[in-house]
Design a protein around this ligand. Structure first.
Ligand SMILES: C[S@@+](CC[C@H](N)C(=O)[O-])C[C@H]1O[C@@H](n2cnc3c(N)ncnc32)[C@H](O)[C@@H]1O
Length: 361
């Protein structure tokens, strides 16, 4: 389905939300994911006819989530296909003056642009953004913004989606347009299938911190399923920095709102308590929004901060106990078996990842 649209660090495998949605809710119920990331929970909600609410502080996360859960009509699919045909026509000719001709569009500016992007790539990306913004239909604009976002790291000098390090890649002329078309075709195929089979359930997605979601009514959610950041493990704002720069989002604000980042706990050396306070606010809101008898499924990993191991199961259990919610089921596995960490500073033999199920009485 649309799950494959965009790479995302620490993304759920879809079977996890699917299993718990089927186990703990019925069609028409509302499911809430306060750290929605790339929207895996919400795609499953659409497929299983549950309403969904998703929050993320990162605008790239919410852009992807909205795109992955928004149906396109057959007329809209035709518009999207025609858009790609226009770019394919350029690729068929590969005009030798293309980069000279469109150099004037290369006006989106940000710090270290030259370091992270070759000039030919900058021109092709600028060309694509201009073309996308000329589309009249907002859903299709978003669809192609996600398509562009999904290829940006590949055509940049950033090593990978979870490593913000320089790597010279020598990107050939027209590779950016070519990747965009390839990706776009795959996405159109998937969104057509998704639009044909998904339900008409209601999905709401907001870009903000989930520490205060007072607009979600008390006792309106049957299930919370989420995976918060694993403290001191990732920097979501940094992995999406180039994407945010090209698409015009506020990187600094995103950096400040993100809880548990390596930036906060390794670079700025904040203590674990900073993360715990933020997490407590988010979980308190979950408890408030849950119906009595509702469930919260939390997938969370242990962390190492200043060389000290923090047991995520213990602190999550204590936080939920404060709100009177009991741990009714759990399973834990070694993180080493499920993640690829490049920096030994952030690995630890004893680090576990937990699936914790809480029930509101
Ligand atoms: C483990 S990822 C979620 C991945 C998601 N389950 C998926 O399938 O893609 C954690 C997310 O928490 C988000 N986040 C960090 N701080 C936040 C905050 N204060 N409020 C809301 N979201 C936050 C990050 O931007 C990141 O997308």
């Amino acid at each position: 389905m649309t799950h494959i649209f965009h790479a995302y660090p620490a993304k759920f495998i879809p079977q996890i939300p699917k299993l718990f949605i089927e186990k703990y809710t019925k069609p028409g119920d509302t499911v809430y994911d306060p750290f929605v990331g790339s929207g895996t929970t919400l795609v499953e909600c659409k497929l299983l006819n549950r309403n969904g609410i998703g929050i993320d502080s990162n605008p790239i996360a919410t852009l992807i989530s909205i795109c992955k859960t928004t149906k396109l009509s057959s007329d809209e699919i035709i518009i999207a296909n025609n858009f790609l045909l226009d770019i394919e026509a350029i690729l068929a000719l590969r005009p030798s003056n293309f980069h000279l001709q469109y150099d004037y569009l290369n006006t989106i500016d940000f710090q270290n642009k030259e370091h992270w992007f070759q000039n030919n790539v900058q021109i092709e990306l600028s060309f694509l953004i201009k073309k996308i913004r000329e589309i009249k239909n907002e859903k299709i604009v978003r669809f192609f913004e996600v398509c562009l976002s999904s290829i940006i790291v590949d055509v940049s000098n950033q090593e990978s989606n979870t490593r913000y390090a320089y790597k010279e890649k020598s990107i050939q002329n027209f590779k950016t347009l070519n990747q965009f078309v390839k990706r776009g075709k795959m996405m159109i195929e998937r969104i057509s299938d998704f639009s044909n089979i998904c339900s008409d359930s209601k999905i709401e997605i907001y870009t903000q911190s989930s520490e205060d979601v007072s607009f979600i009514p008390n006792e309106s959610v049957a299930l919370v399923i989420t995976s918060p950041p694993y403290a001191n493990t990732y920097d979501y704002y940094l992995y999406h920095k180039s994407r945010m720069n090209w698409l015009g989002y506020d990187v600094r604000k995103t950096q400040e709102t993100e809880i548990g980042s390596r930036d906060k706990h390794s670079s700025k050396k904040l203590e674990i308590n900073h993360f715990l306070k933020g997490l407590e606010k988010c979980f308190k809101e979950c408890e408030r929004a849950l119906i009595s008898g509702g469930y919260a499924v939390i997938i969370i990993g242990d962390s190492v901060i200043r060389g000290e191991l923090f047991d995520a199961k213990l602190f999550t259990k204590d936080l939920f106990a404060k709100f009177g919610m009991d741990l009714i089921e759990f399973s834990s596995q070694n993180l080493k078996e499920t993640t690829r960490m490049f920096n030994p500073k952030f690995t630890n033999e004893l680090k576990l990842e937990h699936i914790l199920v809480f029930k509101k009485n």
